[in-house]
Write a protein that binds this ligand. Structure first.
Ligand SMILES: *[C@@H]1O[C@H](CO)[C@@H](O)[C@H](O)[C@H]1NC(C)=O
Ligand SMILES: *[C@@H]1O[C@H](CO)[C@@H](O)[C@H](O)[C@H]1NC(C)=O
Ligand SMILES: *[C@@H]1O[C@H](CO)[C@@H](O)[C@H](O)[C@H]1NC(C)=O
Ligand SMILES: *[C@@H]1O[C@H](CO)[C@@H](O)[C@H](O)[C@H]1NC(C)=O
Ligand SMILES: *[C@@H]1O[C@H](CO)[C@@H](O)[C@H](O)[C@H]1NC(C)=O
Ligand SMILES: *[C@@H]1O[C@H](CO)[C@@H](O)[C@H](O)[C@H]1NC(C)=O
Ligand SMILES: *[C@@H]1O[C@H](CO)[C@@H](O)[C@H](O)[C@H]1NC(C)=O
Ligand SMILES: *[C@@H]1O[C@H](CO)[C@@H](O)[C@H](O)[C@H]1NC(C)=O
Length: 894
């Protein structure tokens, strides 16, 4: 057998690439392992590591049957260092284990950029072959520092180290590979060593480790995907990798999480009420008011998220204690029971003066890092106490935020190789025992990998904070990694309206180290001339990272001192003749007020009618000749303008507020992420019609089976243009419906089902049309036919194409168009069954009390088509309906 041959060859030659399938280029050959002991590098070459035994033994574990090539090495001091490559019967799966039977003293090198031990180490050098890499890195499951590209041209952008760890490779036309830590992911790091024209990728115990306890084991998983057809599928390899990771830890079932199934209201960064209780005396009044408002307006909010404004903070802004501040909730957090809403509550890193630590007189053991003012709880009893208390006041889901900062800021999480995994494990086990699901936020890839092994971790943030950023919705790639690991991706809060007047977010120009940045929407110059579109002068292509959308003022490549735009330029005219002008954009340290200016303490001293302010001279407790809103009695700052204080005037230096460019985009991406959906407008601005595109009137989310995820084409691109994301939903076992989300797509192209990851939905004859904005452009396709996607690259705009299988019943061909007014046309929270034969076709649906549901049905004939709209009106007792698709009639029943 080939397998035994490869193994035998490996035992002898020791270097032939285990990850290199037959016919693949000779990449990823293994290099010899090493370990540090007493701070000294030990490898076979320098004689301080001796191979004492090598065996090849068959066995099986949760990943299946394998043959393990085990090598026992002995260090100078006699400690053993055991490596094992497990080659599974699934020949695309290899696990590399490192075990330290006696532990190692002084393993660490004290440096997070290199490693304490090295196994496996892959040689990436190949003179003939080019290959691409995909490296999620940084927080939000690798969104923060995500990087991909062609390896040899961009090896400096390959992410490795403590903030990375998951590495994907797309090798020529022949195969893909995904490598990541598996067991004890918090103890494992990676290191890319590039010298001249050689490169090696090392995995091993992280470099800051002090010593390794006896019996410690880490492992690294590698999954290869051989491209059996001409179409590549990196996405499939990622999914296989995630499936194996989950299988390894036996995660068949994650905790039931209400907040992933129902609509929520959020108050985190970007929400209108983030550190802003507006005109209410406190958050208690505000949130009870919100609940009354939602009831009166029939807005189906089903849970409430509380962000970092509600608890006590200590040193370094960490958590002093996770209890409600008296000024925020005068009657305690229990007062929120009046809303009837369960609570999803945020928590962050612990402060060095946290009340919980025994060092500070508390009850629980903590490690305190004085230099960073952060602390970490050391055992499960702490979490048990925290969750027991929280269950009293209505905690439904626990959000552990600032995961990257907690890890980075507590040194012992790096030096003690077991502690970081134990910290997350204690949290997760206690959460599970208390029936509390967990959301990870700001997690590094290593933390996401740990979360994948915990059944109570259900959801994970996959992009930066919302606060109206232009690119925060771009989650198709990180959602893929979350989904592969069995975690529901969360896009974060969004606004359902363009404007939330008085919000604290401003678009302004910030300057640092001689460069300026601006991401707002000003599109005219200081002189009032209209700006030219950046793509008319090819700048969009030349400066792909500079957000050159539309004709918004920018400073591409830092060409000038601040944001500008071209006013007269042609590609056939030499560039030095192009006309440009600066734009008038407020600077971020501008002297302006937000809200009513109650907290305004700037230097503005001129009123809106051009009068100079006079000195307050102690009036209202104020000093100086400035615009002020003392005690917040007026709706904006003002001042006296004459010496005897008999006349006043208002000031108009209000900060320019940011707007949400496209609420529909935010709502669609959130809903089709198949993760949590939470909005956060000022209550009066909630756009109920948009809200109801996500859910039923009872707040139950109408979502596809899996998130919208990026397709292979995305991972092959060097620019950041082009977002085609897809998802499928299967009703029963055989009827599969597809959605294709399209944004910033610059050219028309035809896509096969496999390229779109829509093999199931396009495997039978199918209908396609534009689901959003809804268009009656129906096209009947044959099974497995490619689909053409037209260019569509309007700024922050999108389209959704839907597919639906065609059914021949009687003399017609039917397709379910589903709910045209919802983001998900066909979802399992609505359509519960499809029954058909040659003459009948029935659709079973469910709804909520008082709901009227419209299900659109396409009926095609040789002479054209008709659209039937079935209407089901549910009462409080009749909550199910059976639609006869051939007539369009609905009968409601219990
Ligand atoms: C080699 O290692 C295997 C297990 O790893 C063990 O069963 C065997 O006895 C060892 N052989 C020698 C000669 O040490
Ligand atoms: C890199 O290559 C140059 C010339 O080939 C050689 O002089 C130098 O020693 C090499 N550096 C390393 C780190 O191998
Ligand atoms: C890996 O192998 C299994 C079993 O042979 C197969 O089902 C799966 O599709 C393969 N995965 C990849 C990414 O090739
Ligand atoms: C998964 O959870 C559901 C409900 O909590 C339970 O009915 C089912 O048996 C579980 N399945 C497995 C495989 O544990
Ligand atoms: C939490 O911290 C605040 C502020 O220091 C303090 O007043 C309060 O008593 C603390 N609560 C608990 C439960 O320790
Ligand atoms: C490392 O942390 C573990 C808990 O994960 C603890 O039991 C152990 O004592 C710590 N080791 C050292 C050397 O502090
Ligand atoms: C600038 O943007 C506004 C708002 O989007 C639009 O109405 C206006 O036409 C634009 N002006 C120019 C010159 O593009
Ligand atoms: C107000 O003036 C003082 C003194 O000139 C200066 O330090 C401060 O930055 C100014 N504040 C603002 C908001 O411009």
């Amino acid at each position: 057998m080939l397998l035994t041959w490869t193994l035998a060859a490996c035992l002898v030659c020791s270097a032939r690439g285990l990850l290199t399938p037959p016919n693949a280029p000779d990449l990823f050959t293994e290099l010899p392992p090493y370990v540090h002991e007493g701070g000294v590098l030990c490898n076979e070459e320098n004689g301080c590591l001796t191979l004492s035994n090598a065996t090849s033994v068959a066995g099986d574990d949760s990943l299946g049957r394998y043959v393990a090539v085990t090598r026992v090495y002995v260090t100078t001091s006699g400690a053993r260092f055991v490596t094992a490559a497990k080659l599974y019967d699934d020949s695309n799966l290899t696990v590399f284990e490192t075990t330290f039977p006696n532990g190692i003293e002084g393993c660490g090198v004290g440096d997070s950029s290199t490693l304490c031990s090295g196994y496996p180490v892959f040689d990436l050098t190949s003179s003939e072959n080019s290959f691409r890499f995909v490296t999620p890195a940084g927080n939000m499951l690798g969104w923060g520092l995500y990087s991909q590209g062609s390896f040899w041209e961009n090896s400096d952008r390959f992410r490795w180290g403590e903030h990375a760890g998951i590495a994907g490779f797309i090798v020529g036309p022949s195969y893909n590979l995904l490598v990541s830590p598996l067991e004890h992911p918090m103890g494992v790091s990676s290191w890319l060593e590039v010298k001249n024209n050689t490169a090696a990728l090392h995995y091993g115990v992280q470099g800051r480790a002090d010593s390794i306890p006896a019996g410690y084991r880490v492992s690294v998983i590698a999954v290869t995907g051989v491209k059996e057809t001409e179409d590549p599928s990196f996405v499939h390899t990622v999914m296989e990798w995630g499936r194996y990771v989950q299988q390894k830890f036996g995660i068949a079932n994650r905790s039931d999480d209400f907040t992933t199934q129902y609509l929520g209201y959020w108050t985190d960064n970007g929400a209108y009420y983030y550190y802003n209780s507006d005109d209410y005396s406190d958050y208690q009044m505000l949130l009870l008011g919100l609940s009354d408002y939602a009831t009166a307006q029939d807005i189906p909010i089903r849970y409430l998220q509380l962000d970092s404004w509600w608890y006590y903070k200590g040193l370094g802004d960490g958590v002093k204690n996770w209890t409600a501040r008296a000024d925020i909730f005068p009657d305690g957090i229990e007062s929120l029971k009046g809303t009837g809403w369960p609570i999803l509550a945020h928590n962050r890193y612990f402060a060095s003066d946290t009340d919980y630590a025994d060092q500070n007189g508390g009850q629980y053991p903590f490690f305190i890092d004085g230099s960073t003012q952060k602390a970490v709880p050391l055992d499960q009893s702490f979490w048990d106490g925290l969750f027991e208390e929280a269950l009293q006041w209505g905690l439904s889901t626990y959000e552990q935020d600032w995961l990257d900062q907690e890890y980075d800021g507590v040194s012992v999480l790096h030096t003690n190789v077991t502690l970081a995994d134990d910290w997350l494990h204690n949290m997760a086990v206690s959460a599970r025992q208390h029936g509390i699901p967990v959301q990870y936020c700001m997690s590094l890839p290593r933390e996401a990998l740990h979360g994948a092994s915990e059944s109570s971790v259900t959801q994970i943030r996959v992009s930066d904070d919302y606060h109206l950023a232009f690119n925060q919705w771009k989650i198709g790639h990180t959602s893929l990694f979350a989904h592969a690991l069995g975690l529901k991706p969360f896009k974060d809060v969004f606004w359902t309206s363009n404007d939330n007047v008085n919000n604290p977010y401003v678009w302004c120009q910030s300057f640092n180290a001689g460069s300026s940045s601006y991401l707002g929407h000003v599109n005219v110059t200081e002189q009032g001339k209209p700006c030219l579109y950046w793509d008319t002068v090819d700048y969009k292509f030349r400066y792909p990272g500079d957000s050159l959308y539309e004709n918004f003022c920018r400073n591409p490549g830092q060409m000038h001192d601040r944001a500008f735009c071209f006013t007269d330029a042609f590609l056939d005219v030499p560039e030095d003749l192009w006309q440009w002008e600066y734009c008038s954009i407020p600077t971020c340290d501008q002297d302006c007020y937000v809200h009513e200016g109650y907290s305004y303490i700037g230097n503005q001293s001129m009123t809106e009618h051009g009068y100079s302010c006079v000195d307050w001279n102690g009036f209202f407790g104020q000093q100086g000749a400035y615009c002020r809103n003392p005690e917040g009695t007026e709706d904006r700052p003002w001042c006296f303008v004459n010496a005897d204080f008999s006349a006043m005037d208002f000031c108009d230096n209000k900060c320019l507020e940011a707007i949400e460019y496209n609420p529909a985009l935010q709502s669609a991406v959130s809903t089709l992420s198949a993760g949590p959906v939470g909005f956060g407008d000022k209550m009066e601005n909630i756009n109920r019609d948009l809200v109801l595109k996500s859910c039923r009137p009872d707040g139950k989310l109408l979502q596809p089976d899996k998130p919208l995820t990026a397709i292979d084409d995305f991972f092959m691109r060097d620019d950041s243009q082009g977002y085609i994301w897809t998802t499928e939903t299967t009703i029963g076992s055989e009827h599969t419906f597809g959605l294709i989300f399209i944004a910033e797509v610059g050219d028309r192209q035809s896509w096969t089902p496999r390229q779109l990851n829509l093999e199931k939905s396009m495997s039978k004859d199918y209908l396609s049309w534009t689901h959003y904005p809804y268009e009656e452009n129906y096209i009947e396709h044959r099974a497995d036919d490619a689909i053409t996607i037209l260019a569509f690259d309007k700024f922050m705009d999108f389209k959704i194409i839907a597919t639906s299988p065609l059914f021949d019943v009687g003399l017609s061909r039917y397709a379910i168009l589903g709910e045209v007014d919802k983001w998900g046309h066909v979802t399992r929270s609505r359509i519960t069954g499809i029954f058909l034969d040659e003459i009948s076709f029935q659709i079973e649906i469910e709804g909520s009390a008082g709901e009227v549901v419209y299900v659109y049905i396409y009926a095609g004939r040789t002479s054209g088509y008709v659209i039937r709209v079935a209407k089901c009106s549910f009462t409080s007792t009749l909550l199910r309906g059976t639609i006869d698709a051939t007539t369009g009639l609905c009968s409601e029943h219990a």
